[in-house]
Design a protein around this ligand. Structure first.
Ligand SMILES: Cc1cc2nc3c(=O)[nH]c(=O)nc-3n(C[C@H](O)[C@H](O)[C@H](O)COP(=O)(O)OP(=O)(O)OC[C@H]3O[C@@H](n4cnc5c(N)ncnc54)[C@H](O)[C@@H]3O)c2cc1C
Ligand code: FES
Length: 357
């Protein structure tokens, strides 16, 4: 048995419920003492950890239930050749225990019973998970708000949460509208037969889903769908601050050669503050990201994807400056407040101080 990594809690899997042929929902038992730690907002995610043959595997999964009293539940879709998803779908059983980080992430609204808003949700494949939590939470908590969901899949057999969505539609017939878009199955409406892409969304905005009627947009799915969808919304005149996106994966960018200014040392003195303890270490300005150097001396540094998408490695840069390779996780207000992704950061000044969040 391995020890829990700092910040992780060992939770018992209460249920593994198949959703489609290649996806399943995992429900966790949360002991009463941990209930406040694991209370979640719509759209947040959990990082799950498992050590296999000494390799520390961490993957992030979005909570898919209602934040208004729903169980702690995530859904995992099989990725061909994927280490963690294959293990979850083929090997995980009720009663097993997993190490879990408390809910994190800022994708999703602060639901408020006194607010009346119209939400436009666009998801494809497993991207439905945080979007379902948003829809469910809004319908449960904001009695005057409405939700329109555009949900893309290959065939009807691939649709995760088909039953849950049908139940929600039955419970909230006038407040929830769902458009299933299928790419490999003909539907009556040509508009809903194909992939969710920019041109299709633009046609939907001109007919069944006018952008003027929507206050907030939430998009989650493959990189192409999310970036095209966001662009289609901006082209339709939607304010960028109303468009929120969540990515599950982005291909690593090509390696970049970092050139240090002539006369400037290649090494920066970096101090990290983590779990209340400060550690100072040398970090190359032109080498690997700060997080890798930190992990060599502080194994308790938080991370999951190391690809700039999950946001688990966030820290605030309070002295000096760093430059990130990519950022798919931080919102503009976080960037303005000096928050950085340490898995993507390279020091650009001789001294840097990072306070992990
Ligand atoms: C914020 C966030 C929330 C997430 N929520 C969910 C969720 O609710 N449900 C869910 O099923 N997954 C979710 N993911 C994705 C999940 O964390 C894993 O990346 C996914 O399960 C694949 O892990 P794996 O170990 O099976 O594949 P790996 O062994 O890590 O990857 C195998 C190969 O596929 C590539 N790859 C990895 N992930 C993807 C991807 N998503 N799409 C395309 N190629 C990929 C890798 O680069 C690698 O080449 C989320 C990710 C993030 C960052
Ligand atoms: S570890 Fe996921 S963004 Fe850094």
């Amino acid at each position: 048995m391995t020890h829990n990594a700092v910040g992780f809690h060992r939770l018992r899997v209460a249920a593994v419920d198949p959703l489609t042929a290649d996806s399943a929902a995992l429900t966790f038992d949360v002991p009463e003492a941990l209930a406040p730690v694991f209370s979640f907002r719509p759209g947040q995610h959990l990082t799950l950890r498992r050590v296999v043959d000494g390799v520390d595997l961490r993957r992030t999964y979005s909570v898919c239930s209602s934040a208004a009293g729903g169980p702690l539940r995530v859904a995992v879709k099989r990725l061909d050749g994927g280490v963690f998803s294959t293990w979850v779908l083929d090997g995980l059983r009720p009663g097993d225990q997993l190490e879990v980080l408390p809910p994190a992430g800022r994708f999703g609204p602060h639901v408020d019973p006194d607010r009346t808003r119209s939400y436009g949700l666009i998801a494809a494949g497993s991207g439905i998970t945080p979007v379902l939590s948003i829809a469910w939470s809004v319908l449960d908590v904001e009695p005057s708000s409405t939700v329109t969901l555009v949900y893309g899949n290959r065939t009807s057999g691939d649709v995760m949460f088909l039953e849950e969505l049908a139940d929600l539609k039955d419970r909230f017939p006038s407040r929830l509208q769902v458009f299933h878009v299928l790419s490999r199955e003909e539907q009556e409406s040509e508009l809903l037969s194909g992939r969710i892409d920019g041109p299709r969304l633009t046609r939907m905005f001109a007919s069944v889903l006018p952008v003027d009627g929507v206050d907030e947009w939430y998009l989650c799915g493959p990189f192409g769908m999310v970036t095209d969808g966001r662009q289609a919304l901006l082209d339709a005149g939607v304010d960028p601050s109303s468009v929120h996106v969540e990515l599950f994966h982005a291909d690593a960018p090509p390696p970049r050669v970092r050139v240090v200014a002539a006369g400037s040392p290649d090494t920066s003195t970096v101090t990290v503050v983590l779990h209340g303890r400060a550690t100072t270490l040398p970090v190359s300005k032109s080498g690997d990201p700060v997080l890798d150097a930190v992990l060599a001396v502080r194994a308790d540094a938080p991370y999951a994807c190391k690809g700039g998408v999950c946001g688990t490695c966030r820290a605030r840069c309070v002295v000096g400056a760093v430059e990130m390779d990519v950022n798919y996780a931080l919102e503009p207000d976080e960037l303005a407040a000096g928050v950085v992704l340490t898995c993507q950061s390279h020091p650009t000044t001789d001294e840097v101080r990072l306070e992990f969040l």
